[in-house]
Design a binder for this molecule. Structure first.
Ligand SMILES: NC(=O)c1ccc[n+]([C@@H]2O[C@H](COP(=O)([O-])OP(=O)(O)OC[C@H]3O[C@@H](n4cnc5c(N)ncnc54)[C@H](OP(=O)(O)O)[C@@H]3O)[C@@H](O)[C@H]2O)c1
Length: 250
């Protein structure tokens, strides 16, 4: 249950080993112990995250998921959440594969759509059902600036994020008045495992800056850009003519 300050008691992390999700739960644990449902692919990385959270005072419950199998994901997550309250859910699972590799392997690109988009839709609707019943809760969805304007260099990933973004913005509208809020997060380049080895883009941030922005917006929901300056920058870039946009994408 949320406490009087609106801080969550039970947090669900879907993609529980994500660097950004980890920073969010770390920031929460600084102010209050909480129960963490760690939904992630099994393996040493997840074990390490579970141990670290337990050492910080969280009560951790681990759930095996694989977002490539949507039917199984819904069944497993639905069973794990049955009869329990979730105050905050962070939908953080996702992949950013090399675009050239995706172009050579259309089936892999299709699977990316399942992981980054279709599974997130299923999780979002499952959480909406559960939180509507509770009458409260916040769903945080990790979108991206890549959702805003397609670029030749990452249009496959960008398309999956555009779908996710549209879905969660729409879900937030749908849930207005129910006590359930949706927060769509649009970070630029964040230094995590996902971007390791890639040259940092302008406006690059650390995961704790994303966490700070997210926690500051939990009470309102809506859309948050990280860093905030990306909001006006990306809105302006929508109006840049295509030839100039192509040059910027080099
Ligand atoms: N980093 C950035 O620059 C950036 C910018 C904008 C948006 N985002 C978005 O933010 C979210 C979190 O990213 P991050 O930066 O924290 O990256 P990350 O540390 O690489 O986390 C990605 C997470 O997705 C999980 N995942 C991948 N495939 C999965 C599958 N088939 N089933 C279940 N889980 C799966 C990973 O689990 P495993 O440990 O099992 O691999 C990991 O928990 C992603 O949706 C990403 O698209 C990131």
């Amino acid at each position: 249950m949320m406490n009087a300050l609106g801080q969550p008691g039970t947090v669900l992390l879907v993609g529980g080993t994500s660097g950004i999700a980890g920073a969010i739960v770390d920031a929460l644990l600084r102010s209050r112990p909480c129960e963490v449902v760690l939904a992630a692919r099994p393996g040493p990385r997840r074990d390490a995250v579970a141990r670290a959270l337990t050492a910080r005072g969280a009560v951790v419950d681990v759930v095996d998921i694989d977002a490539e199998d949507v039917d199984d994901l819904v069944a497993v997550l639905g069973a794990a959440l049955a009869g329990r309250e979730v105050d905050l859910a962070v939908v953080a699972h996702g992949r950013l594969p090399d675009q050239d590799a995706l172009e050579r392997d259309p089936a892999a690109a299709g699977r990316l759509g399942t992981v980054n988009f279709s599974s997130a839709v299923a999780v979002g609707l499952l959480l909406a059902q559960l939180m509507r019943r509770q009458g409260h809760g916040v769903i945080v969805a990790l979108s991206s600036v890549a959702a805003v304007r397609p670029r030749a260099s990452n249009y496959v990933y960008g398309a999956t994020k555009a779908g996710l973004d549209a879905f969660f913005v729409g879900l937030g509208e749908r849930l207005r008045g129910t006590g359930v809020r949706v927060l769509v997060v649009r970070p630029g380049f964040v230094r995590t495992r996902m971007t390791a080895g890639r040259a940092a883009a302008p406006f690059a941030v650390e995961p704790d800056q994303v966490a700070h922005a997210v926690l500051g917006r939990l009470a309102r929901g809506g859309v948050v850009w990280v860093p905030g300056a990306l909001g006006p920058v990306m809105t302006a870039l929508l109006w840049v003519p295509a030839p100039l946009w192509r040059r910027l994408d080099r």
